[in-house]
Design a protein around this ligand. Structure first.
Ligand SMILES: N[C@@H]1[C@@H](O)[C@H](O)[C@@H](COP(=O)(O)O)O[C@@H]1O
Length: 245
């Protein structure tokens, strides 16, 4: 299902309302969270909503999609830092438990396996929030990642390194690898919201719309899921065929 709004503000208001509804209906919900510039206004709206309608977040568990390899959680470009800055440290009371892959884990393989296992142990993700890379990646599952993948280490493509190096003042610090939740882990979420805004996402959204389910375009796997909402602003939706959604 597609939801198309005129502005980023409307996209963010809608998305944050869906997250809030999940928390209100299930205070011990397990949320899959995402990072990236698309998510900043989403979290800003969520923080505001939680201030206006105080909800118990003490039983909530969250798992982020991904983290850069080699960055500590204190590094300003780490996704741990992003989440603290944009969400966790802004809440009136602390969230039950939040998890991100550990970019400094000594045994990466064991840490990856444990990350997927813990999600299962807590009952799976109730709601997974996703952005999309300009090459169609979800989390950091780059094109041709196996659809049966679990949390794993991945080498970032040239395109992703270029896109994401905009956040690094010293471009040479842009990591070459990341740890990401696997596609199978994402697909097992009970509900998925994919959010894309801005004209730089218009091409990939048109490609995704037209694509069959194909490992060359990781986000196309979402067509196999029964409860996915694709939330777009009109710029990201600009190249979808007229009257298609
Ligand atoms: N690993 C993250 C993705 O999970 C995110 O979807 C993407 C989009 O980022 P932005 O919202 O900044 O376009 O950025 C990174 O690559």
């Amino acid at each position: 299902m597609y939801k198309i709004f005129n502005t980023v503000e409307e996209v963010s208001a809608y998305t944050s309302q869906c997250i809030l509804k999940t928390i209100q209906e299930k205070p011990n919900a397990v949320l899959g969270l995402a990072t990236g510039s698309t998510m900043k206004p989403v979290y800003a709206h969520l923080v505001q909503k939680l201030q206006n309608n105080p909800v118990d977040v003490s039983q909530l568990t969250t798992f982020n999609l991904d983290e850069y390899l080699g960055l500590s959680g204190e590094h300003a470009q780490s996704y741990n830092y992003f989440m603290c800055e944009h969400l966790f440290n802004r809440l009136g009371s602390p969230i039950g438990r939040y998890n991100l892959p550990n970019g400094l884990a000594e045994d990466i393989e064991a840490a990856c396996q444990a990350y997927s296992d813990i999600i299962k142990q807590v009952g799976g993700l109730d709601l997974q929030l996703l952005g999309i890379g300009s090459n169609g990646h979800i989390g950091f599952n780059e094109p041709y990642t196996s659809f049966s993948s679990r949390t794993h280490l991945i080498e970032l493509t040239e395109q992703t390194r270029l896109d994401n190096s905009r956040f690094f003042t010293d471009k040479s610090q842009m990591p070459t690898h990341a740890i990401t939740l696997g596609i199978q882990d994402i697909l097992e979420a009970k509900e998925i919201l994919l959010v894309a805004t801005g004209s730089n996402k218009a091409e990939i959204m048109a490609e995704l719309y037209a694509s069959d389910v194909n490992e060359a375009l990781p986000a196309s796997v979402l067509k196999q899921h029964s409860k996915v909402t694709i939330v777009l602003d009109k710029e990201a939706a600009a190249l979808l065929p007229a009257n298609s959604v």
